[in-house]
Unconditional design. Structure first.
Ligand SMILES: Cc1cc2nc3c(=O)[nH]c(=O)nc-3n(C[C@H](O)[C@H](O)[C@H](O)COP(=O)(O)OP(=O)(O)OC[C@H]3O[C@@H](n4cnc5c(N)ncnc54)[C@H](O)[C@@H]3O)c2cc1C
Length: 366
């Protein structure tokens, strides 16, 4: 049902773009602006993992089909220690039509969303930032062009340093995490297994993961001080496409709404990349907002999202601790307990569903 009301979306990262798709497919008018000149460059992809709930959400628009046509399918993971394979975990028993992690660089996900929007008459306004927010009950925003925009609602999807969040005075709470993380996106000269992640654990704690995207490309990510350490001992690398070193933090906005100004994605929460939840969680925020808005229930947005955000922050914190500083007991039991969990059907399925984030509350409209 077409609406005469417009939603202003600040930020055309994956979350703002997904919000635009989910609103536009319901006939709701959107305007989407972004401070940068264009989407994430092809060689600097951050989020690689697209989870089943995200595919289920994006099925109605047809975007999921396009993502699956381009992405690789990670069906499980193999765990190694000191050159010895300890065990393997399969995701195939999870109760979902897509029991895999779709591996697709964030830049390609963004381009698919942008193309869909273009085909449906929505063009991202690049080089336009939101500089201030005025009233929040009949919201207005000031743009870098000098224009003042009135909108029925404003959705701040403007990333971790959100100007929207700052302008409406919502505090950012949480803490940084000790230690360094590194990543390297690489190409291989000979084919690799495109369907299994390889996780290497070190006896002293810490480790690295190889996440394939296709037969010749992979992301290496780990708790090492430099990306160069990730490459040590790996044969067949023909090109290092992108490296990055970063710290992680676990933080969220104290509120996800003020009046008719709402926050979604990294503007509302950040955590470590362990588990590949960040972009997915943001897309779930965006889709929940669109669903509630279409039903005239957007005032429920914050109440619905904060418990899920808190659950993801807690789970990613636990996963990050386990990877970075495993307790002595876990170090001892992991090689024994996990192979057992992978073999016993009543443990195998919950494990797969946890890895795929299917243990979180699922969208009510699906
Ligand atoms: C190394 C790494 C690996 C990761 N791996 C994964 C993964 O595998 N899976 C996963 O789900 N997540 C992952 N993440 C997290 C993921 O990249 C982020 O959660 C995701 O990009 C958040 O999307 P977003 O749209 O909220 O914010 P962003 O991607 O930061 O986009 C925000 C947009 O807002 C624009 N903007 C900023 N200020 C303004 C303004 N004032 N006005 C208008 N526009 C503005 C910016 O230009 C930008 O385009 C990873 C992150 C890192 C760092």
């Amino acid at each position: 049902m077409p609406s005469d009301k417009t939603i202003l979306i600040a930020g055309a990262g994956p979350v703002g773009l997904a919000a635009a798709v989910e609103l536009a497919r319901r006939g709701i008018r959107v305007r989407i602006v972004d401070a940068e000149a264009g989407p994430t460059p092809d060689n600097q992809s951050r989020a690689l993992a697209v989870l089943p709930t995200t595919l289920a959400i994006l099925e109605a628009s047809g975007v999921a089909e396009r993502l699956m046509a381009e992405g690789g399918r990670i069906l499980g993971a193999e765990f190694w220690r000191d050159g010895r394979k300890l065990f393997a975990v399969s995701l195939e028993s999870a109760r979902t039509p897509t029991p895999f992690i779709l591996s697709l660089p964030q830049a390609r996900t963004e381009r698919i969303l942008i193309d869909w929007l273009g085909e449906h008459g929505v063009a991202v306004e690049w080089n336009v930032s939101v500089t201030d927010i005025g009233e929040t009950h009949r919201p207005t925003a000031t743009l870098s062009t000098g224009e003042t925009v009135s909108a029925d609602a404003i959705l701040g999807c403007d990333g971790v340093h959100s100007r929207v969040r700052e302008a409406i005075g919502i505090p950012w709470k949480g803490e940084g995490y000790p230690g360094d993380f590194s990543l390297a996106d690489v190409k291989f000269s000979t084919p690799i297994d495109p369907h299994h992640a390889q996780i290497t654990m070190k006896a002293a704690g810490g480790g690295a993961a190889l996440l394939p995207f296709g037969e010749h490309e992979a992301r290496l990510i780990g708790t090492t001080a430099t990306p160069a350490t990730l490459l040590e001992g790996l044969a067949g690398i023909s090109e290092v496409v992108w490296t990055s070193r970063f710290h992680v933090a676990f933080r969220r906005a104290e509120r996800m709404a003020k009046g008719r100004v709402f926050l979604a994605g990294d503007a509302a929460h950040v955590h470590s990349p362990v588990g590949g939840r960040g972009m997915n969680l943001g897309i779930w925020d965006a889709a929940t907002f669109a669903f509630l808005y279409a039903q005239g229930r957007e005032t429920e947005y914050e109440t619905k999202r904060l418990p899920v955000v808190d659950a993801v922050l807690k789970a990613t914190r636990e996963m990050t601790d386990l990877v970075s500083h495993p307790p002595a007991l876990a170090k001892m039991l992991l090689p024994l307990g996990m192979p057992l969990a992978g073999r016993l059907p009543f443990l195998r399925r919950p494990l797969a569903e946890r890895v795929l984030a299917l243990d979180l509350p699922q969208p009510e409209w699906l």
